[in-house]
Design a protein. Structure first.
Ligand SMILES: Cc1cc2nc3c(=O)[nH]c(=O)nc-3n(C[C@H](O)[C@H](O)[C@H](O)COP(=O)(O)OP(=O)(O)OC[C@H]3O[C@@H](n4cnc5c(N)ncnc54)[C@H](O)[C@@H]3O)c2cc1C
Length: 218
């Protein structure tokens, strides 16, 4: 149910490219309707279910179309290098490479509470990205929609020296992946929100870029 809500994705691939349609129950009328892919208005970690239809529908089924062969997307992060270690590029080796990278960077939520990526990767106008590249030639950038560039929020946080940053409350930035905030014994959700606010402010002060939470804060 959450996949069309959030348009989940990782390593340059988004679920919107595989969803044919979904059925959902209108919580007012009780009627079930079908949303075609184009009706869902997918965006980066975004859909109609997070905007004009927020809290109005319960998704009851999703139809995915999967491919047995497809152009492999290995341009993200260290995927290419990891695939090389495993053999010839194929759906199987790319899948395993991404699992290996994630296992090496992401904390196990059964041991250390976390919500995965805490912030969205910011999407900025190309001219903003160009200015940043001038100042920081090593900054990772990715193509986004026309005229825009996607930046890596984790890199921005890391450059502020916040990877592994711990607050006395027990909220901390994960030491292997700066985009993940972990719960190391906090007493209240407010402690996580306080750290998130501090991280966003620090990144804004250094780069002038506003970080937006990917998680839903209740
Ligand atoms: C360790 C970790 C790593 C992660 N990595 C990634 C990643 O790489 N990429 C990424 O995109 N996300 C990532 N996430 C976030 C992940 O996408 C979400 O946690 C996941 O989609 C939530 O699925 P869920 O079934 O737990 O949904 P929930 O958290 O239960 O729900 C998510 C939202 O969808 C709504 N929802 C759920 N089901 C339905 C339904 N049937 N009908 C209507 N609304 C519904 C909920 O109300 C809520 O607003 C990660 C999370 C963790 C903990």
């Amino acid at each position: 149910g959450a996949t069309p809500v959030q348009n989940i994705g990782a390593y340059g691939v988004e679920i919107k490219d595989f969803i044919v349609n979904c059925t959902a129950l209108d919580l007012n009328s009780g009627l079930e309707i079908t949303f075609k892919n184009e009706d869902i208005k997918f965006g980066y970690r975004d859909s109609i279910f997070k905007n004009e239809l927020k809290d109005k529908y319960f998704i009851t089924s999703v139809t995915y179309r999967l491919y047995t062969s497809r152009e492999l997307n290995m341009n993200y992060g260290s995927v290419k290098e990891e695939v090389k270690k495993l053999g010839e590029p194929s759906l199987k080796t790319v899948r395993q490479a991404i699992i290996n990278i994630r296992n090496s960077k992401l904390p196990d939520h059964k041991i250390l509470g976390n919500a995965g990526s805490f912030f969205k990767n910011p999407i900025v106008e190309n001219k903003v990205a160009k200015n940043l590249i001038k100042q920081y030639p090593e900054i990772p950038t990715y193509d986004a929609e026309k005229g825009k560039t996607k930046l890596a929020a984790g890199w921005l946080i890391d450059q502020c020296g916040l990877k592994g940053y711990k607050m006395v409350s027990g909220a901390a930035v994960h030491e292997k992946q700066a985009l993940v905030i972990i719960n190391n014994g906090v007493q209240s959700g407010k402690h996580i929100a306080d750290l998130a606010e501090f991280v966003a402010k620090t990144v804004h002060d250094k780069f002038g870029i506003a970080l937006e939470p990917e998680v839903k804060i209740l």
